[in-house]
Design a protein around this ligand. Structure first.
Ligand code: GLA
Ligand code: GLA
Length: 702
């Protein structure tokens, strides 16, 4: 379905690419890639998020000196400073930002400027109260906090154009400004006001052309919800039971994502038209479900994201941020990316959000970013705020500016990354496995959460973590991604599919790929309507199974029995599989369907298809499963990686660059497939390499 609706803006964008910024390079086949690692000159882009407006000007020079001392070569700033930049409607004040830039630039520190639209001024709300979003109960939010605007309010769009245009005009030729971050963490809130409703109705009309087509696609015959005029179409606002048609609700999620994209495009088009030599990016949120990033990122020069590994409680669990990195890389076809907010201290708003980590771990996390494809790292934030909501969200420095242990670690890391720049230049993450993330399925599961305890992200992690525990690199693919280079594709809970995606996966297997599918695959079409084919619907033939019975939430704590009589506990869901051509490899162990198939393996043309009918709470279940499928597809595993040690690889031609990251408080012995050259010490590392606690080693194969 054609979902983009700002085709005019899209056309303008592609025309503007001709006036590309300096760091664009023409790659083979006409595709352009952004040379991010050289974005800011010769040295690895190494930055901090800085709020000069919140500190006395007498502090700026000291800050710049202290940044320079730590190897900082850029700042991001201005993204919440709208009221300082436009204190009255149409009256701009850039003088303070000019002075801040002058102080920073004098120390060799450049700037990425945020367009400040995430936090509109109080005067704007006072004059145009309808700028504020309306919640699903029909109540307008009031001024306060941030990200509190409605994307379809014409006064807000006009105010956006005015401030972005003025900023771009003022800084377009400034040698100290290397690029723009549009807004800040776009996505929320959903707005349920009349302007949004009218926009949604127009979106529906564009996508379905006729009401007859919409009524059929959504199955509005149910409960007699048939629409006879576009103006009758509601938003999924709160009704008596809040039980909306899931097809309408899914389209509203797509509409929200498209509206977010259009808002980003509106700003990107202005910036590209006025300031074509400055790059355009946006700071994103990894697994945040509100936006289809694969779609959004077509409009950016490169992806940037905000990486907070300390949201987890156990700092040896590196796969939370690992999957975030890989998803962000995958959302722009594996192009290297920037971390715009890298954890620089404890998280916390009204209370501190974790226990403090040893300062050395901040270095390990920064290297993790690089290991997964970051060609630039910027810390949030330079110094903890004295004011406002984020007094407990630590920057590198605390309010007293004392060069604490985190500062020392940031300084050391910056020096090292600076030295690694040329080695890293042109290197990429190349993975044998792709994990398919389906934004449509995620939304559909949010609308109808399936069964108690179901969590789509956890289903992703079950497989992702198993591969990473075995040192196997994983790319995140989206329905639009090219899958042909992968030896294995894992598509957990591929609930909503369309013809294009099922054909792509069928062709992938036919050409020799190994595909892992799990429960609730092939259930719904692209309109969130249940198939009338025997499950797993479009995948039944590929998987060689039929499903006539399933058991949500699991009768009497189900378990499964794998080869070798090992029992694994299961949860959430059981598909009871009837193999047609597949071979059974795991059976249910208890109750009335004990002995029936839970996991199958099917040889299909040149490829293999696994169907996993349940979820296990045991990581060993996934280790076993992944090992079996990996063997069939010749993906080498490192089965003896110690717990809490990550190995991630970038490749440059035939050279492998290995990052070995020890998140544990103990020294570890890491088995390697060969001896490697240690880039930092010049030594040769043996195949049973030692690594101290909270340490990083960067190794090359040549
Ligand atoms: C009630 C209603 C039906 C149906 C069922 C199941 O019995 O009368 O229309 O909604 O619940 O939800
Ligand atoms: C996000 C935002 C930042 C800041 C941090 C910490 O990443 O982009 O402005 O609020 O969270 O809360």
């Amino acid at each position: 379905m054609k979902r983009r609706w700002a085709t005019v803006v899209g056309g303008l964008l592609s025309a503007c690419l001709l006036l590309a910024p300096a760091a664009w390079t023409q790659a083979g086949g006409g595709a352009q890639t952004f040379d991010l690692i050289h974005w800011n000159g010769e040295k690895f882009p190494y930055g901090v998020d800085y709020y000069p407006e919140a500190w006395d000007e007498t502090q700026w020079e000291k800050d710049a000196a202290q940044m320079q001392e730590a190897g900082i070569n850029f700042v991001r700033m201005g993204e919440f400073a709208w009221v300082k930049l436009e204190p009255q409607e149409g009256h701009f004040d850039f003088a303070w930002l000019d002075r801040a830039l002058q102080v920073l630039n004098a120390r060799g520190i450049k700037a990425v400027l945020g367009t400040p639209t995430a936090s509109p001024p109080a005067w704007l709300y006072a004059k145009y109260p309808d700028i504020a979003a309306m919640d699903a109960n029909g109540i307008r939010y009031r001024y306060g906090s941030r990200r509190n605007y409605c994307l379809h309010n014409s006064d807000f769009l006009a105010a956006t154009r005015r401030i972005v245009t003025a900023l771009a005009e003022h800084y377009k030729d400034h040698p100290g400004v290397i690029g723009w971050q549009i807004d800040n963490e776009l996505g929320d809130p959903k707005c349920f006001d009349p302007a949004s409703r009218a926009a949604f109705q127009r979106w529906c009309q564009r996508n379905y052309q006729t009401l007859d087509a919409l009524n059929k696609a959504w199955g509005t015959v149910f409960w007699g919800h048939t629409y006879q005029a576009w103006a009758e179409i509601p938003l999924p606002w709160n009704t008596l039971s809040s039980a909306h048609n899931p097809s309408l609700a899914l389209d509203f999620d797509r509409f929200q994502s498209d509206s977010t994209h259009d808002y980003l495009d509106l700003q990107a088009a202005i910036l590209r038209a006025i300031a074509p030599r400055q790059a355009v990016t946006h700071n994103e949120m990894g697994l945040y479900p509100g936006v289809d990033y694969y779609d959004l990122n077509r409009s950016l020069d490169f992806v940037a994201w905000d990486n907070y590994p300390m949201f987890g409680k156990d700092y040896t669990q590196y796969t939370g941020s690992g999957l975030g990195h890989d998803l962000m890389r995958g959302s722009k076809n594996n192009q290297n990316y920037l971390v715009m907010e890298q954890q620089g201290g404890l998280p916390g708003w009204s209370e501190f959000g974790g226990r403090q980590a040893p300062a050395a771990l901040y270095r390990v996390w920064a290297y993790q970013s690089v290991a997964h494809g970051a060609d630039g790292v910027c810390y949030f934030r330079w110094r903890t705020s004295r004011y406002g909501t984020e007094q407990y969200w630590q920057g590198i420095l605390d309010q007293d500016s004392y060069p604490n242990s985190r500062y020392q670690v940031v300084k050391q890391t910056g020096k090292e990354l600076g030295q690694l720049t040329e080695l890293l230049h042109g290197s990429k993450v190349v993975s044998p496995v792709a994990l398919l993330v389906s934004p449509d399925s995620r939304w559909a599961f949010e609308i109808q959460p399936l069964a108690e305890g179901f969590d789509y992200d956890r289903e992703l992690h079950n497989f992702y973590d198993a591969f990473r525990r075995a040192g196997v690199g994983v790319d995140v693919a989206f329905p639009g991604s090219d899958l042909s280079s992968y030896r294995m594709v894992v598509a957990p809970c591929l609930f909503v599919t369309d013809q294009a995606l099922t054909s792509k996966l069928t062709a992938y297997v036919k050409n020799g790929g190994t595909l892992i599918l799990t429960f609730r695959s092939g259930v719904k079409d692209q309109h969130d309507v249940v198939t009338d084919r025997t499950l797993p619907g479009a995948f039944a033939d590929l998987a060689g199974v039929a499903i006539h019975e399933f058991d949500p939430q699991i009768n009497e704590e189900q378990e499964v029995m794998g080869p070798g009589e090992t029992l694994f506990p299961t949860r959430v869901w059981s598909d009871i599989l009837e193999p047609t051509t597949a071979k059974v490899i795991v059976n249910y162990g208890k109750g009335y369907y004990a002995g029936k198939a839970a996991v199958t393996e099917n040889a299909r043309e040149k490829g293999w298809v696994y169907y996993v009918g349940t979820e296990s709470s045991s990581p060993f279940f996934y280790d076993r499963l992944v090992a079996r499928a990996a063997e069939k597809s010749s993906v080498p595993l490192n089965a003896k990686l110690p717990f809490g040690v990550e190995v991630a690889t970038r490749e440059k031609g035939r050279m492998k660059i290995l990052f070995v990251l020890n998140y544990t408080s103990q020294p570890q012995t890491v088995p390697l497939d060969q001896a490697y050259h240690n880039v930092m010490t010049g030594a040769t590392e043996p195949m049973d390499m030692q690594i101290p606690a909270y340490e990083v080693k960067v190794l090359t194969s040549q």
